[in-house]
Design a protein around this ligand. Structure first.
Ligand code: AMP
Ligand code: ZN
Length: 121
């Protein structure tokens, strides 16, 4: 399967890995959107959050716990941080192997998108 994150799991392409165990991997995002920006992925290929089933609940819970653990390790758990799963085009997903973004080190804006201004004509 031609999947970028499976290639990282299989060590076919390099990544700046922060944490790994038998279920998940965490590595630095190549195009950081905050002072700290990492991705937590499962070793198992799941294309989108829409493909998640009950069997994956523990795995996805472990991804979230891994992100929280990293935030603590990086020292910004108390200040706070943002975790995001993007799903499909409207969610801004570009890599179709689920991943949890962990962003920290600065205050995040909310909402995370810019609505198109509808000016009456
Ligand atoms: P998304 O847009 O939610 O699918 O997020 C995909 C993320 O993967 C983006 O933030 C990219 O910067 C990141 N990314 C793409 N290729 C790599 C790579 N080789 N190593 C690390 N991060 C990557
Ligand atoms: Zn994959």
């Amino acid at each position: 399967m031609d999947c970028l994150f499976c290639k990282i799991v299989n060590q076919e392409i390099p990544a700046n890995i922060l944490y790994q165990d038998d279920k998940v991997l965490a590595f630095m995002d190549i195009n950081p959107q905050a002072p700290f920006h990492a991705l937590v992925i499962p070793r198992l290929h799941i294309s989108t959050l829409n493909d998640m089933t009950d069997e994956h609940s523990e795995l996805v819970g472990h991804m979230i716990k891994t992100a929280a653990h990293l935030a603590k390790e990086q020292g910004f758990a108390e200040d706070g941080y943002r975790t995001v799963f993007n799903c499909n085009p409207h969610g801004g997903q570009t890599v179709y192997h689920i991943h949890l973004h962990l962003l920290g080190g600065k205050p995040m804006g909310w909402p995370p998108y810019q609505e198109t201004l509808k000016v009456p004509v």
